[in-house]
Design a protein around this ligand. Structure first.
Ligand code: PMP
Length: 353
């Protein structure tokens, strides 16, 4: 830390992103990326846009908003875009919460929420998951605080039904409820349609998983017009050009190519079912996943040891050191071939035990 670093950030513990190694080729199952390249339409549009990067991008993101409005049956004023969904989540903490408007979220969830709360000096409370790792919706009904829920949750992979989300939103009319749907396309029920009914609901999604654009950084938010205006006030006060024009074009292509999107999601779901079956055959235990990852533990290998052994074999998964998670590893669903290699490697590892 330099002697100039502001005291207000001195105690901040930043988010630790998953490893992104460049020095060696891994089977990379650690940050829930798509095993597929972006849609050919997205790539073609991005290439075309690359020729014009001497000009600023469109700060209104109108082409993207029109494509999303058509795809998700919302108005162009009910959707907005940011540089990855982390960006809109940060804006949501900044815009709606402060000392007088604290935040709650589950104790086991996306690790960025407590960082955003600390960064913006927002008091927060965490609510423990049940022993089976599910979120107890009743814990949030009428709680009277701003709420962040990842649905499906991470790193557990478990989804809450839409009726529970609606109960939470309806029972907290004077608080903002943010539903982070980063993984919804792999089996969750989206709350986007509820934005027309509730003015306190913000739904966020990402192009990093189901739309194969993690490196392009594109996130999307849905809410009533007034919520979008608030978040845009912050966006225009930080970086109105936070979506570059190449990403914008790729995003429009990805939103238009519904067939490719369905193919990618369906294939991941199919490979997930195969992987779950194989992991169970090897004695692994896991909660039911509605995402593009599986959160698994084995009774005879500690989570950290398995992570290290897989790493040595060139397979990268995500291990969390937190107490309740330490037995587990989060394994992204890669291609069928990658998952076959994973299963063969685990089988050998367990035989040698
Ligand atoms: N929410 C959850 C639950 C996530 O796991 C992630 C990915 N790490 C994000 C949001 C952010 O994704 P991105 O910024 O790539 O859109």
């Amino acid at each position: 830390m330099s002697r100039f670093f502001s005291e207000k950030y001195a105690a901040l513990t930043p988010y630790t992103p998953g490893e992104q190694p460049r020095e060696r080729t891994y089977i990379k199952l650690n940050t829930n990326e798509s095993p597929f390249p972006p849609s050919p339409i997205a790539l073609r549009m991005a290439r075309q846009a690359a020729g014009n990067v001497n000009l600023y991008s469109d700060p209104t993101c109108m082409a993207l908003r029109k494509a999303a409005a058509a795809r998700y049956k919302v108005d162009v004023d009910e959707v907005m875009f940011t540089n990855g969904s982390d960006d809109i989540l940060n804006f949501a903490f900044m815009a709606f919460s402060d000392e007088a408007h604290p935040v709650v979220f589950p104790d086991i969830t996306y690790g960025f929420y407590p960082v955003f709360a600390q960064l913006n000096r927002i008091p927060y409370e965490t609510i423990p998951l049940k022993d089976d790792f599910t979120i107890c919706a009743d814990d949030y009904v009428g709680i009277g605080k701003n709420i962040f829920i990842a649905n499906p949750n991470a790193p557990t992979g478990i989804a809450l039904p839409l009726c529970d989300i609606e109960r939470i939103v309806a029972s907290n009319p004077d608080n903002v409820v943010v539903i982070d749907e980063a993984y919804v396309d792999f089996g969750g029920e989206s709350a986007v349609s509820l934005i027309h009914k509730y003015d306190n609901l913000l739904v966020t999604q990402t192009f990093s998983k189901s739309r194969s654009l993690a490196g392009a950084r594109l996130g999307m938010g849905f809410g009533c017009k007034a919520l979008m205006q608030d978040l845009n006030t912050l966006r225009y006060s930080t970086n109105p050009y936070n979506i570059n024009s190449v990403t914008m074009a790729a995003g429009v292509g990805a939103l238009t190519d519904e067939n490719y999107f369905r193919f990618a999601c369906d294939t991941v779901i199919e490979t997930r079912a195969w992987t779950e079956k194989e992991l169970k055959r090897l004695g692994f235990e896991m909660p039911p996943s509605s995402t593009n990852f599986i959160f698994a533990k084995h009774p005879s290998i500690p989570g950290k040891e398995m992570y290290l052994q897989l790493n040595e074999q060139g397979i990268l998964v995500r291990h969390f050191d937190a107490e309740k998670l330490t037995d587990y590893n989060r394994i992204t669903i890669g291609s069928k071939e990658e998952m076959q290699t994973l299963i063969e490697t685990l089988e050998k590892m367990l035989c040698e035990k």
